[in-house]
Design a protein around this ligand. Structure first.
Ligand SMILES: NC(=O)c1ccc[n+]([C@@H]2O[C@H](COP(=O)([O-])OP(=O)(O)OC[C@H]3O[C@@H](n4cnc5c(N)ncnc54)[C@H](O)[C@@H]3O)[C@@H](O)[C@H]2O)c1
Length: 323
């Protein structure tokens, strides 16, 4: 099959593309390799993908409509789109809100318009986020919950993308599946995320910052489990024409537990500073994953302690190189 993966130089896009290429699929990757975090890391991921002859890379921006038109002309055989390109990160959305609207909202519309031109397209899978649950208090977060109180521009942009996707399904019958990822971590991960920043700081004997409060917790999801979830959705013969799924580990882990797993694997104690949690960051996340389980039979397999060991093993090989 022929896949278009946007954000192929990104963390999840890289791992997904690698898995698709290993199955012998053709992957057309798009990424603008921007400098929100190390372009060297993004380039290194792309270099790995380029070793497969099924990978074709476009160094392009998903909001560049004329670049997308060229891709449509060159590859009218695209059957599945994974739109994973995004301006990610909640805190940076305080500094640069425009980047989120540009890529996550304008970019979503550009990909949806592109999809309308593809004669062989079967479905779009697009990345959303657990952030859309915003200030909701009820745990675990379920796809049936209301999502109308985002706590960051990032969350609002992801929620807007979900709304736009539904509209394009309604108007043009474009089949789509939204993917609400919960704190994905692992080798080749994102240097802007807390687990990576903590690991680097602990290694270098620098302090890390935690938020005060008893209940700071996240549902940490290991990257291989995420890729398995995406492949299980791809293989599913009875997906609804439009739907949204939580993709999480469905375990609520205290952030302190993440820190102790990192300490154990790095072999050093963390120096911890406590600050008040900023309004962008929510206190706890936990996914209800019964919807995807009921449709595909997928469930995650990686405990946090195992995933952190695999991540720190990778980081030891590349320590400092990408930061
Ligand atoms: N990693 C997580 O924990 C997590 C959690 C929730 C949601 N998500 C979502 O999953 C998707 C993938 O996340 P990730 O962790 O791989 O992030 P990432 O930042 O590693 O990957 C995104 C990629 O998109 C590229 N990109 C950004 N703007 C672009 C543009 N305008 N045109 C072309 N390329 C562009 C970036 O260069 C990057 O390589 C994103 O939509 C993100 O919001 C991720």
């Amino acid at each position: 099959m022929v896949f278009l993966v946007t954000g192929a130089g990104g963390f999840i896009g890289f791992h997904l593309s690698k898995a698709l290429l290993a199955r012998g699929e053709t992957v057309i990757g798009i990424d603008n390799l921007n400098d929100y975090y190390s372009p060297t890391l993004k380039q290194a991921r792309c270099d790995q993908l380029k070793q497969s002859k099924g990978f074709i890379f476009y160094h392009a921006d998903i909001t560049d409509v004329s670049a997308l038109e060229v891709i449509v002309q060159n590859h009218p055989d695209i059957q599945i789109i994974f739109n994973l390109a995004a301006q990610a990160g909640v805190r940076y959305s305080l500094e640069n809100p425009y980047a989120y609207i540009q890529t996550n909202v304008m970019g979503q519309v550009a990909i949806l318009e592109m999809a309308r031109q593809l004669p062989n397209l079967q479905r779009i899978f697009y990345a959303s986020s657990s952030s859309v649950y915003g200030l909701n208090k009820k745990l675990p977060f379920s796809e049936a919950d209301r999502v109308d109180c985002p706590s960051s521009v990032y969350a609002a942009s992801k929620q807007s993308a979900e709304l736009l996707s539904f509209t394009y399904y309604h108007l043009y019958g474009l089949k789509q599946t939204g993917l609400r990822f919960f704190t994905v971590y692992g080798p080749w991960g994102r240097p802007d995320m807390a687990y990576y920043l903590f690991a680097k700081a602990i290694t270098e004997d620098k302090p890390i910052t935690l938020y005060t409060g008893q209940n700071l917790s996240r549902d940490f999801t290991y990257i291989d489990d995420v890729v398995d979830a995406l492949l299980s959705l791809l293989e599913c013969s009875h997906l609804e024409d439009y739907g949204i799924f939580n993709i999480g580990n469905s375990r609520q882990e205290k952030v302190e537990h993440l820190v102790s797993c990192l300490e154990e694997n790095i072999g050093k104690k963390a120096i911890i500073n406590y600050i008040t949690r900023p309004g962008t960051d929510i206190e706890a996340t936990l996914s209800d994953i019964s919807a995807i389980y009921n449709v595909t039979g997928w469930s995650p397999r990686t405990k946090l302690s195992d995933g952190v060991r695999l991540f720190t093993n990778w980081l030891k090989l590349y320590n400092g190189f990408f930061c």
